[in-house]
Design a protein. Sequence first.
Length: 307
Amino acid sequence: MGWTIALHGGAGDIPLSLPPERREPREAALRHCLQIGVDAIKTGRSSLDVIELVVRELEDNPHFNAGRGSVLTTNGTVEMEACIMDGNTKNCGAVSGVTTVKNAISLARLVMEKTCHIYLGFGGAEAFARDQGVETVDSSHFVTKENIERLKQAKEANRVQIDYTQPSLCNGDSQIGTVGCVVVDRYGNLAAATSTGGLVNKMVGRIGDTPIIGAGTYANRFCAVSATGKGEAIIRATVARDVAALMEYKGLSLKEAAAYVIEECAPSGTAGLVAVSAAGEVTMPFNTTGMFRAFATEDGCEEVAIW
C-alpha cells in the first residue's frame, strides 16, 4: 500500500488565456506545497499532520482564496472557513466567520481535538482561538489590494462571484481559489482538509460548503475528499459524502464515484474536487473550465495542472 497526496487551489472559469504572470506563481505555489507534503509523508508524519501543514502553507500564500488571500464580503471584511477530518475515526473539526486567525485550518483541528464539538463559528471561534493561544493578526492582514479591486468589480457587476470568474469581470485577472488537501499515508490512514475565504461579495454571515462535513470536506475508511467551487451547489449535491457513499454502498471505484458526482450531481460549471482512496488511488475531476491542482504518489507519479 503506497501513500498518495493531492491538493487544489480552486476551480472555476479559468481562461485559457491566463497570462504567465498570473499562472506561474500559482503553479509554483502548488509545486512548493506538494513537495512540503511529500517530504512530510516521507518522514513518517501522520495524514492529519500532512494536510494541516500543506493547507497552512496554502493559507499563507496570497494567490489563493484562503488565509492571506481571502476574498471579501459585501462589507469589505474577511470571514474565513476551514475544516479537517480524520478518515479512520471520522473525527472532524470546522470553523466559520474567522476574522483574525492566521491559519483557520489549525483552529479547526483544535476544535476537533480539544472540544466535544465539531463546528464553531464567528465570535465563539475567535474566543476559542484566543483561549488556545492560536496565532492571530489584525484583520487588515487579510485584506489585499487585489481583493479590494475584486470586490469593487463584483459590486459593479452586481453579482456574487465564484473563486474564478469570467475575465471580462476582472480585467483579465483570474479570481483566486479555495484550497484543500487530501492524503492517504503509508499506513492507509486517510484525511481531508479544506480552507477558504468564500465568495467575492458574499453576504456577511454566509457559510459555504468548506466547513460542512459531507459537502466540501469528508473522509472515511474508503476515501478522503476536498471540494471547491460554488458552495451552494456543492452543499445541495453533498459532493464529498456522495463520493464516499458510492464507493461504500455501490462498490464504485474512486474515479467512477467522483466522476459521477461531478458530472451528474453537481451542476455544470460549479464544482471540482481532489480525492484519494485507501488503496492509494487519486482523482481530480471538475466540471468548470479549470482547477488548480496537483498530486504525487509513492511510485513516483506527479502532476501539477490547471485545465
